[in-house]
Design a protein around this ligand. Structure first.
Ligand code: CP3
Length: 358
């Protein structure tokens, strides 16, 4: 070469992770598998670093916690350790997540004037640690699994912000939706624009797929979902697809049985199904184009090993070959025996022998 030294080449594994192949409908030897809240030794770290915001906003801790399950179970997806609420402080909405209480929004915006103070999110300024952590994770995992980023969906974020935290009856957000819809729409639009940027930022930093959590969308009747959630999800997906056409987007909505046919209308590549819908029904109702993630009941991990094995086999059989990411319908529950989690992964990864593509 002309002048200068040639940089040492880094050994990059160019093989696509199994999870991406499965989402794209390629032939795979078994369904990829990963779990949410899969970290086992996490509790020890919590004692040493009791503040959730510290654990989730310090690059070294984020990387360490994200890699814990990867080191123990070798899942096919490694999810970033963060929270759907992490962007809020950068949007001028102060919050915290408190042990035993869950998320708290300190000064929930109520009026249009309050809303004007909500800033649009600039990820590279507000959460540089997320980008740095994703870049490190991508290098560490080196395509042996897919690095997964995630964001909250506009309606779910708005629910936390308007309710001031977790809610049982969602009366504040519904009052806003049904009495002052303009105010809610303006907040939803801010989240849609901000989460579009956030997904792009995560992808540019190293995320290979991004999951959108609309955990509370199913609190809405289908007609209200069509007004307050679906258009914003579709807007995000459409916008991300213009700049990142190959980035798989996964939509998670728990308790979505009543909404199932509407979820593919968002344009996402994967719909995450919870256990209240039978996998065979889910496949039929979601149609052939989307991949399905799920949907074993997290409670199954409290059963016997034989029961866990049978339930995995039943789920995989019903998913019909291909376009399936094996997962639980929600995160691992506190108190789940770690040996059962290990068994889940062992069985899942041994499925290749019986899995046929067709
Ligand atoms: O798998 C992972 O651990 C990835 C990281 C992750 C967290 N939260 C860390 C976390 C992910 C993907 C989330 C998503 C999230 N956060 C959702 C969507 C998924 C869902 O459950 O519907 C929601 C609604 C939130 C908001 C949130 N964060 C709540 C309601 C709570 C309290 C729950 C509780 O157990 O008290 C949190 C806190 C939180 N975020 C925890 C973790 C591991 C547990 C508390 C802690 O670790 O201190």
């Amino acid at each position: 070469s002309v002048g200068g030294t040639v940089a040492e080449p880094i050994a990059v594994n160019a093989t696509e992770p199994l999870l991406l192949d499965a989402v794209r409908g390629k032939e795979v030897e078994r369904p990829p598998v990963w779990l949410m809240r899969q970290a086992g030794s996490y509790q020890l770290l919590c004692e040493k670093h009791p503040s959730f915001r510290e654990r989730s906003e310090n690059v070294d801790l984020v990387v360490e916690i994200s890699l814990q399950p990867w080191k123990v179970f070798q899942p096919d997806g490694v999810i970033l350790f963060s929270d759907i609420l992490t962007p809020l402080s950068g949007m001028n909405i102060p919050f915290d997540i408190i042990k035993g209480k869950g998320p708290i929004i300190f000064d929930p915006p109520k009026t249009l004037t309050d809303l004007e103070k909500v800033r649009e999110f600039i990820p590279e300024e507000s959460v540089p640690y997320v980008g740095e952590a994703l870049t490190i994770l991508r290098k560490e995992v080196n395509n042996q699994a897919a690095v997964l980023g995630f964001v909250g969906a506009p309606f779910t974020l708005a629910s936390y912000v308007v309710e001031g935290g977790s809610s049982k009856n969602f009366t504040k957000i519904k009052r806003l939706a049904f009495a002052e819809p303009k105010i809610l729409h303006s907040l939803l639009q801010k989240f849609a624009t901000s989460m579009t940027k956030y997904i792009r930022y995560q992808a540019d930093s190293g995320a290979q797929a991004v999951q959108i959590f609309d955990s509370w969308a199913t609190e809405l009747s289908p007609v209200d979902f069509e007004e307050f959630s679906l258009p914003y999800l579709k807007q995000i997906v459409d916008a991300v697809k213009t700049t990142h056409p190959d980035l798989p987007l996964i939509l998670y909505a728990s308790g979505s049985g009543g909404l199932l046919e509407r979820l593919p209308l968002t344009g996402v590549d994967v719909v995450s199904l919870d256990w209240t819908v039978d996998m065979a029904d889910g496949r039929r109702r979601l149609g052939p184009n989307v991949a399905i993630q799920g949907n074993v009941d997290p409670g199954v991990l409290f059963g016997t090993k034989e029961f866990i094995t049978n339930r995995i086999n039943d789920t995989v059989k019903k998913s019909g070959k291909g376009k399936h990411i094996l997962n639980l319908g929600h995160g691992i529950k506190v108190g789940t025996p770690e040996e059962n989690v290990a068994h889940f992964f062992e069985v899942a990864k041994g499925l290749s022998a019986s899995y046929e593509q067709g």
